[in-house]
Design a protein around this ligand. Structure first.
Ligand code: DLL
Length: 434
């Protein structure tokens, strides 16, 4: 039974009682087994016996990525190594990766929450799922892999890259589900077209996309290009990997597995807890994990929480599409800019997109933003005045959304870099000598 109605549609009062019971256990568990947590909890007087209500959570100090780095590789594990059954890591762009460990039971919970996400998006044992995430230390591929197996789908662990082969096998095997980052699904659709094929030549019906930011516009684009229902799911290695939350078929916010993770929203600057519905940084406390339990982990992801019940019948809280990461937010001439805002604009202009790159430079004391965006076809290339008009129109639309003047550079189709994993949309050259 994959739709876990008793949990997913639980009365919220009962759910909160379950969360409190598990929170108390977790605080006692980390106090006894993780020296960093014992020290931290002692330092604020939050010994386990002080946790009486869910509101007491706010008295517990945050955990950050820096804590994981400072205790690299296994210093925050709460069990001896012989109980660790799997190790994953998220690739830091610089330095050492963030290392996470799972006990056998954690792996069970993980495949369970991923199975929920698949099931709520409409995946079932009738599906053939092509997993085009890179296999390895990244949690995306193996996370979805075990969840899909639990659902009973036939799994094709093709991994990422070799896009021609992806298209060939997608057709030959009749994949009905594609699992990838949104940006790789977009690139694959281009390769499909380059092969003279359309969505009618494949059997895909559902996209399970995640691991990077996206926008409603990009999801619509993917639905059109592939003829699918494009859903997204969210998670992060530190917390478990994919499976923290996911879209149901109504796509009105990603349902959070609240029986395992307690979400909070905070002001990223002050750390103050915000009301549900307000936008801020997502903070997660794990309440069932054994290997690497985390109290109030700061995800850096900007979202808001919805508590009203969903049309699908699930009562679990939902989180809105991630607007960006607080550390991805660019401050240009004092204005806050998220790459997702640029994505929304360009996806709504027929002649350009959806690939783009933001380049930020410092000229003298002034920040400048250049937005490189691809023409959708090369028929405009030798029509100077039309190109100029288009450039101005993109610039105006960007200005109205960002409140900032950006230099727009229209580039030839298929010239911006494609990736098989998480897309990189920003090149911040401030601080570099060009
Ligand atoms: O990306 C886990 C995952 C894999 C989730 C596959 C969903 C599907 P990390 O590599 O540790 O783990 O990166 C976590 O990726 O903090 C977000 O910033 C971003 N992210 C993940 N899912 C989404 C999403 C995996 N649906 C970081 N929308 C997170 C926006 C996402 N950002």
């Amino acid at each position: 039974m994959i739709f876990q109605k008793d949990i997913e549609c639980m009365d919220r009062k009962a759910l909160k009682a379950l969360q409190l019971e598990r929170l108390k256990k977790t605080v006692a568990y980390v106090y006894d087994n993780v020296p960093m947590y014992r020290e931290r909890l002692d330092s604020v007087g939050m010994t386990p016996d002080k946790v009486k209500t869910l509101e007491d959570l706010k008295h517990i100090p945050f955990t950050t990525k820096a804590d994981l780095r400072d205790h690299y590789p296994f210093g925050l594990f709460a069990v001896p190594m012989k109980q660790i059954a799997r190790i994953h890591a998220s690739s830091g762009t610089t330095g050492k990766p963030t290392v996470v460990g799972y006990t056998k039971n954690d792996l069970e919970v993980w495949s369970d929450v991923v199975a929920r996400v698949i099931c709520m998006a409409g995946g079932s044992a009738d599906d053939i799922a092509q997993i085009s995430f890179g296999y390895g230390l990244f949690t995306g591929a193996l996370g979805l892999h075990y969840g899909l197996e639990k659902v009973g789908a036939a799994v094709v662990p093709i991994s990422s890259g070799n896009t021609q082969k992806q298209i060939m096998l997608m057709r030959d095997f009749g994949a009905t589900i594609l699992v990838s980052t949104p940006s790789y699904a977009l690139y694959m659709s281009e390769v499909l077209a380059e092969n003279g094929l359309t969505k009618d030549d494949v059997k895909l019906r559902l996209g399970l996309f995640g691991a990077e930011g996206t926008t409603p516009e990009m999801m619509n684009e993917l639905e059109e290009r592939w003829g699918i229902l494009a859903t997204q799911n969210y998670g992060l290695s530190e917390v478990i990997g994919p499976g923290v939350s996911g879209d149901c078929i109504y796509k009105c916010g990603m349902h959070i597995a609240e029986d395992h993770f307690i979400p909070e929203i905070i002001d990223p600057n002050t750390g103050e807890v915000l009301d549900w519905g307000e936008k801020g940084e997502l903070v997660i406390t794990t309440i069932t994990k054994e290997g690497l339990p985390l109290l109030r982990y700061r995800t850096k992801d900007i979202t808001s929480l919805i508590e009203e019940p969903c049309k699908c019948g699930r009562t679990s809280a939902r989180m809105t599409m991630i607007e960006g990461r607080s550390d991805d937010m660019l401050i240009i001439k004092g204005v806050n800019v998220f790459p997702s805002q640029v994505e929304s604009v360009i996806c709504n202009i027929d002649q350009v997109g959806p690939h783009y790159l933001l380049i930020v430079r410092k000229q003298g004391f002034t920040d400048t933003l250049e937005v490189q965006v691809e023409l959708t076809n090369d028929s405009l290339l030798d029509k100077f005045s039309e190109l100029e008009k288009l450039e101005k129109s993109v610039k105006d639309k960007l200005h109205s959304v960002l409140g900032l003047d950006a230099k727009v550079r229209l580039v030839e189709p298929k010239t911006l870099e494609r990736t098989a994993g998480k897309a990189k949309h920003v090149l911040d050259l401030r601080g570099c000598k060009e």
